[in-house]
Design a binder for this molecule. Structure first.
Ligand SMILES: [Zn+2]
Length: 362
């Protein structure tokens, strides 16, 4: 069943000509093998070549360096290698290839350089003897850029020139996007932060703050966990003790207030919203409500990471504190409390998107 569905999938891929695949810089398995790459996503297109053979093409942005000995999906399984005889022995070229033995020029073309003597040979029709070397004992040569194919790789599988060009384009697009006037209404843009008993899904919320684009606090409360009794590790970070929350409302009790606020918002920003979303999603019953919430969430942390990478700023960590320090923004209150973190998130977001509230609504 498995193979049938796989074949069916391959047949659904858009057909391209080899020339078009070349124009789109798509990579086929042969090329990837030569460049030492492996796909991390399924193929995106296929071309039919002679005798009903098919070439699968992969997105060049969805590939990574293949580990030594990586076997490509369509490569035939290799038979177990026999003990290498001391003297090179005669093989057919086809048999040699299945054993991973290749002539020197073929290996160089695949960016391998023989380091040991030949293990086998074959005789061409012309009578010429071709020495074969074991790829497994070869040295890996510097790999070429996946874009231009000429220079040696520098970063992200690209050479320095191609990488610099790509980064400049990405930065220009990012800067344009961040600088755009969005016409968002300040009262409909919300910022929030949660303090938690820990970092796992089973952990619970200890405090919630919601602030709008005017900087007005709409909600700022401690919450009482329903299962957790103590949280010594995170207590040292946010300073919320079990005693402090013993009379606080539970998340379930503030749910109506919180969902009403979120319901009125166009955009809900937090620093690291992927984990927050998991806890907020529990406030909603239906999948549609959760999807509606998710569509409004903006992760300020991800936006900060884009900005830092696009501008090639050397930052080891991309925490909210790092973001505040990077933009030289002042803390109001103690970091790691939900109130201070929510305001910090707002300042960082507004530094990243300086014209968010200006202009006509998009
Ligand atoms: Zn290049």
């Amino acid at each position: 069943m498995e193979t049938i569905s796989k074949e069916k999938k391959a047949a659904d891929l858009p057909l391209v000509t080899e020339a078009e695949a070349g124009r789109r810089h798509l990579l086929d398995e042969q090329t990837m093998m030569r460049m030492g790459l492996m796909p991390c996503k399924p193929p995106v297109a296929r071309a039919l070549v002679k005798e009903g053979e098919e070439i699968l093409y992969f997105d060049p942005d969805k590939v990574r360096e293949a580990p030594q000995g990586y076997r490509y999906p369509r490569q035939k399984p290799q038979p177990p290698k026999r003990e290498a005889p001391t003297e090179p022995y005669r093989l057919s070229p086809r048999r040699a290839a299945t054993l991973g033995y290749f002539p020197r020029d073929v290996l160089l073309h695949m960016y391998y350089e023989p380091t040991e003597g030949p293990v086998a040979f074959y005789i061409k029709k012309s009578g010429e003897r071709v020495e074969l070397f074991d790829r497994a004992t070869c040295r890996r040569l510097p790999l070429p850029c996946t874009r231009c194919g000429e220079n040696t790789r520098y970063r992200a599988k690209l050479c320095h020139a191609c990488y610099t060009k790509e980064l400049a384009a990405r930065r220009a697009a990012g800067d344009r996007r961040r600088a755009a006037a969005r016409g968002m209404a300040r009262e409909r843009v919300l910022f929030f932060d949660l303090e938690m008993t820990g970092v796992y899904d089973h952990d619970e919320v200890l405090s919630v703050t919601v602030v709008n684009g005017h900087g007005e606090t709409l909600l700022d409360t401690l919450t009482r966990p329903q299962r957790k009794k103590r949280w010594r590790a995170t207590e040292k970070i946010h300073g919320i003790t079990p005693d402090m929350v013993k009379d606080a409302p539970t998340m379930a009790e503030i749910a109506p207030q919180l969902t009403a606020l979120f319901g009125e918002a166009d955009c809900i920003v937090s620093f690291g919203s992927s984990t927050d979303f998991f806890h907020l999603a529990r406030l909603y019953r239906s999948r549609a409500e959760r999807a509606a919430l998710k569509s409004k969430l903006v992760d300020c942390g991800t936006e900060f990471a884009h900005y830092i990478h696009e501008h090639e700023i050397e930052l080891q960590h991309l925490s909210l504190s790092d973001a505040m320090a990077h933009f030289s923004l002042p803390w109001d209150g103690t970091a790691h409390t939900s109130a201070a973190d929510t305001n910090a998130c707002r300042l960082v977001f507004e530094a990243l998107f300086p014209h968010y509230y200006e202009g006509e609504p998009l």
